[in-house]
Write a protein that binds this ligand. Structure first.
Ligand code: 5GP
Ligand code: MN
Length: 338
């Protein structure tokens, strides 16, 4: 954010506004942490503010402070539409294009309000009055911290706000190990702990609350893994049948894709997950080093994300999707294994 942006934000927030905050569809820890952290801050300066999630999110995020006040666009559609109708300011967090909000896209496209984007994904769309976009940031939560800092208001960061922001930084950095984790990230996290984030408890709530069925599903996923050493690639598949047989709940497959990258010599990992309801195969992609999964997902699977973590989808069957993927892979041999 430049000085002009900061004064634009200050001027907007100097008036009482009706504010809505929106994360991307299938919100993760960073998206929910950023929304709830910003929600706490905006309430503390006297604004009227609501978080509207496009759809449900995993149970391992539902302990977060303020979670009970989140409006679900799918389940509480009447209330969500009303809040959107009334909104004068809309913050969009942790996504770069309205299409990432699923069913909310058409509403947002028509909506006249001051949009403020805070996001770290590549190629941000140009819909916001203020666009705070930085692809080098570890997480949107780190950016929300910076946003509050740029407004000169870090003293308003309560333990609840700190807890939300810590959660998102932790989940989006793979517990502080991805390349985007900077010394500044650690300084922000240190300040959040000083302000009341209980780091041990947050780790426990997110990572150590598995159900037995989730671990069984992980077992299925790992035994389905296909390793292609000539492409330094490993991929996992999960069919709808396998999900159903293991009592699949939203969020259960979070993190599975990363197991491929723990294999020595593997630099490209994917998971293909069948979703019969939506008629798609949802794909998560990860890489180590220079190979850009953002470009790969954009080009071949209607997706995108970051250089080393992206998502996409396929409307073909699992079998056809894998056939197509294996064909595409042959054209990347020189990039993946020169
Ligand atoms: P995940 O694989 O954890 O769902 O997502 C990894 C990254 O890619 C996240 O930053 C996420 O926001 C982004 N992403 C996931 N799915 C999609 C998609 O369908 N389209 C785009 N543009 N980005 C996605
Ligand atoms: Mn993020």
């Amino acid at each position: 954010m430049n000085l002009e942006d900061i004064s634009a934000v200050k001027s907007i927030l100097s008036q009482p506004q009706k504010i809505v905050i929106i994360p991307h569809k299938n919100p993760d820890g960073d998206a929910m942490g950023a929304c709830l952290g910003l929600w706490g801050f905006l309430k503390s300066i006297g604004q009227t503010v609501h978080v509207i999630a496009p759809n449900d999110y995993p149970k391992f995020l539902k302990w977060m402070p303020g979670n009970e006040s989140v409006v679900n666009f799918e389940w509480d559609n009447g209330e969500a539409q009303k809040l959107l109708d009334e909104a004068s300011v809309i913050f969009t967090l942790d996504f770069n294009d309205f299409s990432r909000t699923g069913q909310m896209e058409s509403v947002l496209k028509e909506k006249q309000a001051d949009f403020i984007m805070i996001d770290h994904h590549q190629q941000p769309s140009d819909y916001a009055k203020v666009t705070y976009s930085d692809v080098n940031m570890s997480s949107t939560c780190e950016m929300v911290y910076n946003f509050i800092d740029l407004l000169g208001e870090t003293d308003r960061i309560t333990a609840a706000i700190a807890t939300n922001l810590y959660t998102g930084i932790m989940t989006d950095t793979g517990s502080f190990k991805y390349r985007s984790t900077s010394s500044k990230t650690h300084r922000v996290v240190a300040d959040l702990i000083d302000r009341g984030a209980d780091n041990m408890e947050i780790h426990r709530q997110v990572f150590d609350t598995n159900s037995p069925s989730r671990l069984h599903l992980l077992g299925v996923a790992l035994s389905n893994m296909v390793i292609l050493p000539e492409y330094k690639t490993a991929y996992i598949t999960l069919s709808q049948e396998e999900l159903d047989a293991n009592d699949f709940k939203k969020g259960d497959t979070e993190g599975f894709v990363n197991y491929g990258l723990t294999l020595e010599g593997i630099i490209f990992a994917l998971i293909f997950i069948e979703n019969k309801d939506e008629g798609i195969i949802k794909i998560s992609l990860r890489s180590i080093g220079e190979f850009s999964v953002n470009e790969f997902a954009r080009k071949h699977f209607s997706g995108g994300g970051h250089d080393n973590a992206a998502g996409g989808k396929s409307e073909l069957s699992m079998e056809e999707t894998l056939k197509r993927f294996n064909e595409i892979l042959t054209t990347y041999k020189s990039q993946l294994n020169p």
